[in-house]
Design a protein around this ligand. Structure first.
Ligand code: PLP
Length: 402
């Protein structure tokens, strides 16, 4: 298990001050300082402990179902003229990569002696993954969710409640994700001693982006071993992943950042088109600013107000991007593409008909850009299939009829 690998000296991982180039840091209110400082000083020590790693590994294997398969998609490969492998995070327990992170953080919370877990959620996917691990460990779970989202995402609200979580409505502002985040932060300030805040992507104040990336790095650790077995080399030509906050992409890229021959391809949601006013393509539209206590690229107005993002996929509907990705974009190490709602729907239907796999709409964004990669028959491409499409069936059915 490589989650505590030493990344000192890397240009692409976090530095000792909590920054990726000019992005990152911890822009927190004074009253949060003790909580964040406790995490910052302890996370690497805990993650380096072999007993911690064994417990994480055992749960990933027996509860989540890892390693997730690396599947050579033959008909898709034929269509795009390359060797295309799918990293099957869709087969994980709860249906996506998010569980890798929540398992890691709940174990960490236990080591810190925390008794109470809080989280925020937009579409409810991270809320479900958090409620799942809280049930598993018998810990109290409070999930903050905008009241608009509570209405839009009723099935996930029901799942969280069934799993024993308390879902608290955030009723301020636009009553969506950023308002839920504010409520969660307020709760954490008021309960600094017994509460751990499980953030669901590589966002938030340092050390969250690095900590979450490390828990998700099992994805690229497995890809290297699986590719070695299947092709004789650990290194593909391309790794491709969709980016909302950026956790599945960070996990997919993590152990390849130093191999400059491996192209890191990040796909953002263009919504109805990058310049349509209904988009979530943060690297293209964002300017440097602070969101969720981190300095990063952020969609904002001239005077710094957050612009409402749009994507057909709830998981990519976020106005920022994690600081690691802002830096990968800034340095040119990552290739940042974007896929529209329509392209992503088509890519999802294509994967169904060619491979018999219904992907999450988020993952379909990554698939939608295969056509733009200028591939050769010898190229090895790994696409992270971050989740399964069950949650998106309503959208798929509605658009099939059109
Ligand atoms: C939440 C989610 C995403 C987006 O989150 P990242 O942190 O960018 O990975 C992507 N795919 C699926 C299936 C999700 O549930």
């Amino acid at each position: 298990m490589n989650i505590a690998v030493n990344t000192k000296g890397s240009k692409y991982h976090v530095n000792e001050k909590g920054y990726y180039g000019k992005f990152g840091g911890a822009y927190i209110p004074e009253m949060l300082y003790p909580n964040v400082e406790e995490l910052r000083t302890k996370y690497m020590e805990i993650m380096s402990d072999p007993a911690f790693q064994k417990e994480f590994e055992d749960l990933l294997r027996d509860y989540v179902g890892r390693p997730s398969p690396l599947y050579l998609a033959k008909r898709l490969s034929e269509k795009y003229g390359a060797q295309i492998y799918l990293k099957r995070e869709d087969l994980n327990h709860t249906g996506a990569h998010k569980i890798n992170n929540t398992i890691g953080q709940i174990l960490l919370a236990q080591r810190l002696g925390k008794k109470r877990i809080i989280a925020e959620t937009g579409a409810g996917q991270h809320g479900v993954a958090t409620a799942t691990v809280c049930a598993l460990m018998g810990l109290e779970c409070i999930v903050y969710m905008g009241s608009v989202d509570i209405q839009r995402q009723a099935p996930n609200v029901a799942r969280m409640k069934m799993l024993g979580a308390t879902v608290v409505a955030a009723t301020s502002g636009s009553q969506t994700l950023k308002d839920a985040t504010n409520e969660a932060i307020r709760d954490w300030i008021n309960n600094p001693v017994d509460t751990h805040y499980i953030i669901g992507s590589v966002v938030g104040p340092h050390p969250y982006p690095d900590m979450v990336a490390r828990f998700q790095s099992v994805i690229s650790e497995e890809i290297r071993a699986q590719l070695k077995e299947k092709t004789g080399s650990e290194l593909p030509d391309y790794v491709v992943a969709c980016v909302g906050g950026g956790s599945n992409a960070a996990g997919t890229f993590f152990h390849f950042t130093e191999d400059e021959g491996v192209k890191l391809v990040a796909v953002e949601a263009a919504g109805q088109g990058v310049h349509s006013g209904y988009s979530a393509a943060t690297s293209q539209l964002g300017k440097i600013g602070v969101i969720h206590a981190s300095k990063t690229l952020l969609m904002q107005t001239e005077d710094g107000q957050i612009v409402e993002p749009h994507s057909i996929s709830a998981g990519l509907d976020y106005p920022g991007v994690g600081p690691m990705h802002a830096h990968l974009y800034d340095t040119g190490r990552g290739l940042f593409l974007n896929a529209t709602d329509e392209e992503s729907l088509q890519a999802a239907y294509e994967l169904c008909s060619l491979e018999g796999i219904i992907p999450a709409l988020e993952s379909a964004h990554a698939l939608a850009k295969l056509k733009e990669l200028d591939l050769k028959p010898t190229d090895v491409v790994v696409v992270c299939l971050s989740g399964r499409g069950d949650k998106d069936l309503e959208t798929y059915i509605k658009n099939l009829k059109k």
